[in-house]
Design a protein around this ligand. Sequence first.
Ligand code: BEZ
Length: 210
Amino acid sequence: MTLQLGDTAPDFEADTTLGTIRFHEWLGDSWGVLFSHPKDYTPVCTTELGYTAKLKNEFAQRNTQVIGLSVDALGDHHGWIEDIEATQGARPDFPMIADADRKVSTLYGMLHPNASATTTVRSVFIIDPQKKVRLTITYPASTGRNFNEILRVLDSLQLTDQHQVATPVNWVPGDDVIIVPSVSDEEARQRFPEGWDEQRPYLRVVKQPQ
Ligand code: BEZ
């Protein structure tokens, strides 16, 4: 069954480069990014994991833990980490799941047999502190992901969870946002006393709340 937004992220126990973890316990009160890559010792994945390692502080600032997965064995993961550090200039110090029995990749629908009979596709799941799935993206093996986009979605989710706003097309932090339609003008006046730009009754643009 396909995991959908709002579903509870399935819990699991798995062997990782940082030892055995129980997923929900490991997440604790943090946000989580769970992502799969097709195979160890492959070029695109090497660049993705190096870049993710460089974003360590960015994820920490967003109270977010990152965890990777491939269907290769732990020994391969450990050897590959050395290569990632040597070629990308950053060492992944987040856990990488060795999913040789395909338990986690099956739970999360990361195996797309018509795309690859043996390897996972590039799936991304953002999971909130209530363990709900808040974003799913699936990329083909030949296309490296944009991890800046994952940070941007985390920023949007964390902002919109806190305020009654949504973020418009191509929004980046600091840009104006939109008052959600379920907020009446009366309530909006309380929440946004400095006012808003009413382009249409349903399109009310306001400065990003701090
Ligand atoms: C890669 O990570 O480079 C890759 C993996 C599978 C297919 C194509 C590219």
